[in-house]
Design a protein around this ligand. Sequence first.
Ligand SMILES: [Zn+2]
Length: 596
Amino acid sequence: MSLALARKYRPRNFATVAVQSHVANTLKGAIARGRVAHGYLLCGPRGTGKTTLARVLAMALNCERRGEPELQGEPCGFCSSCDRIWSGSTSLDVVEIDAASNRGVDDARELRERAMYAPSGDDRYKVYIVDEAHMLTREAWNTLLKVLEEPPPRVVFVFATTEPQKIAQMAAPVLSRLQRFDLKRIGPVEIRERLAIVLADEHVEFEEEALGMIARAADGGLRDALSLTDQVLSLGESGAVTTERVRAALGLIPDDEFLALLDLVTERRAAELFPAVQRLADAGVDFTLILNGLGDLLRAQLAIALGGTPTELPERLRAALAERAGRVSAGDLLRMLHALLEMEPIFRRSGQPQLMLETLLVRFALLDRTVELEEVLRGFGEGTRDDPPPRRVTAESRVASAHALPPAPPAVVAPAIERAPAPPIPRPATQQVAQAAAAAQMAPPPAPAPRAERTARIAPPPSLDTVLEQWTDVGEMIRRNGRGMVAQAVQWLRPLEVTPHGGLILGYAPSNDTWARAAESARADILAAIQGCFEGVTGFSLRAHAESAVAAPDADGIPTRRITAHDVQKERLDALTARDPLLEAAVLALDLELRD
Ligand SMILES: [Zn+2]
């Protein structure tokens, strides 16, 4: 096998373009009917076949056998014209431009001038394939707009982009002159199927599970999956594609490591998480891989909790997760996933990925787990109808806000500034209730959870007005105590809302980037200080949270427009569910309001 697989199996016609048949068929039909547009926009994630489709289109337009009835808009794939375009070697009529490196107006001008040149023959088309089109400058788009307004005959532009919204922002008039196609993300199951076909064709034996591992590592990119397969095959002499070989070649983390982390979390063995993560770090594992793997696992566990079957996982892992079903509620899994997804973008840029990962896992382990309503009711027996449940466990409160995630424990908070009074770590009262409930099932009647715990839980939080009345005093107290950044920060922050669960949403001006740029640990310290002082002044215990997306408080400290925390949450939830259809389904199924 001398030729790289990704290259060797690059499609030579529309029919073999994986997954994107909705686009391929439309393009093929347009060619067959002679109704080719002057501009196309292909949108989709990395590795979904944008450039491949563009090349097949160019091949079809310039195929020497074009017009033969049996081809029906397909390129023949093997004539000298097709072959040249397919292999990416120089062709007079197909120009591939990487916008990431040719962004300027000069390039666009040159492009325009070149576009004026007719194709090399009367029967040929000139096709410009502009990759990473969102990188083009406004000036470049302006020039292109002029070209597209009066398109030269038999010139076709194909723009490929991963970020169509950027083009929409910058070049809306151009967009309206393009035919847009959205390519689908290629799922792990489809990648696995494709790999199976390729390897069978290559007469290479394989384990199904090994292909699943490659598919997951490729993360929706077919070309990447084929390149990774090459990488696996190049390791060692020859032989089958096995799980061990894949793991060794790609440096993957064994599933058991993830299961071990999950077990530490569910069994609340927080202290053991540090050595576990350290062990992975010592083995040279990439932390992003750990985070991704953990996300896959939580997602699969959630799917199982909801009664689904995560088909993208190997059978053994699926069975292991099924065994663990019920140990963590769907709501808690959702909260964990939420926290993980929120951390992801920061994580990639962080200089301290290990610390962030450890903090996240410890937060998971200390998570104030929620209790199923049925369990609570069972725990308190049938005969205590006039005894209200200790805590209203509704769908809404089951996915309590991330407020209920305990703050990062002091051990992992970098001592960026002077330590503020430690925030109250929520007691795992609900777990006691759960244990009581479990005990009740075996030996009724149980002693209900301690009443003090319960009354503390149901004491209503103060109103926003009460908080605002006391806010000056809180600020004064913090300022008097003279903690540099904390004293300053309290001037930027304004109470916006008190949530039913005792969270205090603080707002700050989006223009204030000092807060935005502050290290996470510094922010945690500031919030902890505010909580401590707040409790000292008012006697109320609230969990402080700062929201970045709220309207700027004006000079009087009263927000000019009140964007409620609900708006912020909804926006976040929308963004979150847009990224993960399963999560959306989960939210709908549970009728949950994800709060943060
Ligand atoms: Zn051909």
